[in-house]
Design a protein around this ligand. Sequence first.
Ligand SMILES: C[S@@+](CC[C@H](N)C(=O)[O-])C[C@H]1O[C@@H](n2cnc3c(N)ncnc32)[C@H](O)[C@@H]1O
Length: 472
Amino acid sequence: MFLDAAGLKVASSATEPAEPEIGQRRLRVVELYAGAGGMGLGLRRAGFELVRAYDHMQCAVDVYNRNLGYHAVVADLGNVASIAPEICKLRPDMIVGGPPCQDFSPAGARIEGERANHTRTFALYVCAAAPEWFVMENVQRARNSAAWADAREMLKHAGYGLTQLVVNAAFYGVPQKRQRLIVVGRRGERDGFLLGSIQHAASSEPMRLRAVFGDRLGDHVYNHPRTPGRRGVWSVDGPSPTIRNARRPQPASYEPHPNDSNYEIVTSCATSSPGDEMTGLYFRPYHDARGVYSLDEPAPSIVRTSRERPRSSYIASPHPDDPSPAASAYILTQKDTSRIQGFPEDWDWSGCLSRDIDQMIANAVPAPMAASLGREILRRERGESHPGVPGNFGQWLAKEKKMAPQMVANAKWRVKRARQLLGGRDLQCSGAEAHALEAAFEQESLAKGTQSEIRRALRQFREWQEKVRSGI
Ligand SMILES: C[S@@+](CC[C@H](N)C(=O)[O-])C[C@H]1O[C@@H](n2cnc3c(N)ncnc32)[C@H](O)[C@@H]1O
């Protein structure tokens, strides 16, 4: 346990922020619809400073505060008129949030109602406080909703450039196929300004469940009981029985004992035995999706009911792609779903009802994914990354401007140089961009000829972008 500034207990080094470089200040984040802190944890790890978080669920706020420091408050974010002025006073550099998704979620009713309205409310807060950055997370279905169309219009009108994409958490350090709509906004940018960086940050392979469970499914040890009817199976996480000469293979005749550490697993899974190597994990599916997953793939998206046992109807009629029978598959614990969602082992969920914990876990933005997004934002903020120069710009130069290959290569290089000089900015306003470029030329004392070549290449690039945008 660590103590925060107020001397209150916060969880552990796993929640500690990355140290900023000398001379850099931490960007200040206000989090809306913060839940139990999945997104907050990731951003904190990336190096942001969490200054205030809001959620209307008392137990989520308690969990957030115990683990991340005491700055989350219980509030109904529908009260924009009272909360927006408070947020403005905090002068955040970034507002983040995952507004409720049930109205959009495939698991929900799919009728846009009060909860979908919070996507508009999120945009209202951003427009009111006008931070440099914002990040909104939602289910991918939200991208075609009326609520997001309205929110988007407000944000564009307020001058934000938007990078909107659906990311799969399995490529951002999470052993779970969780597809989520992410919108990153920055004031004054062109749309798509961070797309290449976020895509580039993805791993080439999805993360597999083995990353979490690899050395854990063998956690039950068999200690041969001296007296018939005594317990024989013990968890490696708990105290073991007095060590005697008990290390021997579990006999086939051993009957599960109610105190066995894996009793629930064994009795719910008729053919499983503790000596078997687990070959599958069961995630309760909805609709007719697959229930059993192998350790060598990511989990499906964690939902509130993921760790329910297979029903007899599923066992009788399994999914054809199940890699092993549901009846012998491992059933997840709450600790497992928490880990799959990226919470550290010692995340303190105490004091909440079990069903609320399941809900908070399912709601969370997996922390490694949030950390990855956060790092890309910070890199851009510091001018350490630049928007890419797509290959078809070169093809266009060759075709439309009749440029030879060497001239094309030079022009692309000059656009990259311009982007470096602009500190990675992809400014929407051409006047502001020209002004920033002239200031950078002066600072770098570039030769006049070089300056005009860079200006020309950037002009051509903007001409090409405009043609692509208008579909010519
Ligand atoms: C998708 S979850 C956010 C999860 C969070 N981003 C995380 O990473 O853990 C949505 C949250 O919105 C909260 N919420 C819903 N309606 C709200 C309201 N009117 N005011 C404040 N919070 C609300 C819910 O309690 C829930 O925690």
